[in-house]
Write a protein that binds this ligand. Structure first.
Ligand SMILES: [Zn+2]
Length: 145
């Protein structure tokens, strides 16, 4: 499960050369057609837990997996990002240590979480800031789902 953040305008899907195989071995994916499709706008995808932590860090609602911020409220989120970028304690609150549970003999499926460190949070704050700058240039809001 993941949550993706998009600008609130009618973006389109586009086909681009596959950038997954180029980074690895061409034999990696025998089903690769040589192209992948992606939105023609900036977007950010995160695992649900990471997205919820970022939403909470920015004082945005986390009660549902979808939400939207109007263009007029984008500056408030930009300010929340700047605060989080400048106050380590805020970022620390959003971290999560890695953990592992379940597996053979426990009667539960194995769950591995890689956790979320401050570096990750800093990178994602920068990504969100880039997305919001784009939204401000386009005079639009953004949404996540
Ligand atoms: Zn490929």
């Amino acid at each position: 499960m993941s949550i993706t953040f998009y600008p609130s305008y009618e973006w389109q899907m586009r086909e681009i050369p596959c950038n997954i195989c180029d980074a690895c071995d061409k034999d990696m994916d025998p089903f690769c057609t040589g192209t992948i499709t992606e939105p023609d706008c900036p977007y950010i995808n995160m695992a649900n837990g990471n997205a919820c932590a970022m939403l909470a860090l920015l004082n945005l609602p986390t009660d549902e997996c979808c939400g939207e911020v109007d263009a007029k409220d984008v500056p408030n989120v930009v300010r929340a990002i700047i605060k989080a970028q400048n106050v380590s304690a805020r970022r620390q609150n959003a971290t999560e240590p890695p953990y592992e549970s379940g597996g053979p003999g426990t009667g539960q499926c194995k769950v591995i979480s890689f956790g979320r460190n401050e570096d990750y949070i800093t990178r994602r704050l920068n990504d969100l800031m880039d997305l919001l700058k784009h939204c401000q240039e386009k005079s639009c809001g953004f949404y996540w789902c």
